[in-house]
Design a protein around this ligand. Structure first.
Ligand code: PMP
Length: 442
């Protein structure tokens, strides 16, 4: 446990007890007050893709702060913002052709939802006010993003949120949702039929978009969809003229081994959100990537997206994100994500494959999770209320390992996970140490 005495603090922290203070970081290591080093196995929350103290990112921030720290976007664009936008969508990946910058993930989701609503107005379909999302999902903590999320315990204190604009269908989480004897194709067909039924229930011409995390993260523990799932969901959306919004705030920007997780799914979104790894933890930044179809409809209609934030497209944030992108490319880090991701998976399978209380090991690239259960056979959570992942976080922290506790539902059945999302620069020895320390903690 933390060797330093408990503190008081004026900050309204996330937990009842103020956390220890981080004072430094280098590579995959964080340093807390007192000098103890902690292996950052979660990259914060899948944020620190280049680790801590990367000289090229630091240099880019310094240079930009000296040149131009801020210019309001009501008056100006800036060189780093233009360069970053060009870098992200200049080659129009999957038909994504324009960027709207924000300061983080929740803001990106809010902007994506509003963009979809503005789009349906522009094309003369104002009845499309509904969004269909998925249970056990997380899209952020602002009111709109929380309404989109299907995380029961986070939603509960703020109910009824922005209902009835949002409804939820089943996640593509094979471990819990796939029925005994059902093959993958049958599972996908059933999920697509459920989405179709939800369109019919709401009225197909009232749905603006289907919203999903390409690989589910914070509340579902790295849910990779079965093959063909996104193509099937896209088909349903296309049939009814609804948009596909993919939230890649957590799983995007290289975390699963390709820059965008959807590249591995055979579909591309109409609107996509990114954040976390975009700034690599060096600056708060998020973005909405917008397809040519949506951009052109808005350009031909109102002419502009009717939305704005004071800090959007902040020059030092854009400069940092641009440097992160450059390092990813020049240091060929996505190859390391794939290689270290496989090593991590193998380590987890060796360590936990037969563990009584580990029901599932899942994920992709350097985005992996274990699901904790009372008994491997039963799949029920270890204890109702899902506090075990918090206990493991504590036990791991005491052993010098920061891992991300991920909890989801309030049904007492599922929702206890430990998520691992180390920086892309992790070495084989560091990956092995993550598994070793997590093994001790569990
Ligand atoms: N969407 C997803 C998929 C996320 O994982 C998160 C954060 N965990 C958010 C949105 C919200 O991002 P932020 O915390 O930066 O507001």
């Amino acid at each position: 446990m933390n060797a330093l005495p408990p503190r008081t603090s004026r900050i309204m922290h996330r937990g009842a007890v103020p956390p220890p203070i981080a004072v430094g970081g280098h590579g995959v290591w964080l340093v807390e007050q007192g000098g103890r080093e902690i292996l950052d196995a979660s990259g914060g929350a899948a944020v620190s893709c280049l680790g801590h103290g990367h000289p090229r990112v630091i240099e880019a921030i310094k240079r930009q702060a000296e040149t131009l720290a801020y210019a309001h976007t009501g008056f100006f664009s800036s060189e780093p913002a233009e360069a970053l936008a060009e870098n992200l969508v200049g080659h129009e990946p999957g038909g994504l052709a324009a960027v709207y910058f924000v300061s983080g993930g929740s803001e990106a989701v809010e902007a994506a939802l509003k963009l979809a609503r503005q789009y349906v107005l522009e094309i003369g379909q104002p009845r499309r006010t509904h969004f269909i999302a998925r249970r056990q999902s997380y899209h952020g903590n602002t009111l709109g993003a929380l309404s989109a999320g299907g995380n029961a315990w986070r939603r509960e204190p703020y109910a009824p949120l922005l209902s009835p604009a949002f409804s939820h269908v089943s996640p593509p989480l094979a471990y819990h949702e796939q029925r005994p004897g059902e093959d993958e194709a049958g599972f996908v067909a059933r999920l697509a039929a459920e989405l179709e039924a939800e369109f019919q229930r709401l009225g197909p011409d009232t749905v603006a978009a289907f919203v999903a995390e390409t690989v589910g993260g914070a509340t579902a523990g790295c849910v990779t969809a079965p093959a063909g799932y996104y193509r099937a969901m896209r088909e349903v959306c296309d049939r009814h003229g609804a948009l596909l919004i993919l939230d890649e705030v957590m799983c995007g920007m290289g975390r699963t081994g390709t820059l965008h997780a959807w590249e591995q799914e055979g579909v591309s979104p109409d609107i996509q959100t990114v954040a976390k790894g975009l700034g690599g933890g060096y600056q708060p930044i998020g973005a909405v990537l917008v397809s040519r179809k949506v951009r052109d409809a808005i350009a031909a209609g109102t002419g502009a997206f009717q939305h704005g934030h004071t800090y959007l497209a902040h020059p030092t944030a854009c400069a940092a994100a641009l440097a992160v992108q450059t390092v990813l490319r020049e240091e060929n880090l996505l190859a390391n994500v794939v290689a270290m991701g496989e090593r991590l998976e193998q380590g987890l399978v060796e360590r936990f494959g037969n563990h009584r209380h580990v029901g599932d090991i899942r994920g992709r690239g350097l985005f992996r999770a274990i699901e904790l259960v009372a008994d491997r056979g039963g799949k029920a959570a270890f204890e109702p209320g899902h506090k075990l992942h918090l206990r493991i976080k504590q036990e791991a922290f005491a052993r010098g390992l920061a891992c991300y506790p991920s909890g989801g539902t309030a049904d007492g059945v599922r929702g206890d996970h430990v998520l691992l999302a180390p920086p892309f620069i992790a070495s084989p020895a560091e990956i092995d140490l993550i598994v070793e320390r997590l093994g001790e903690a569990v």
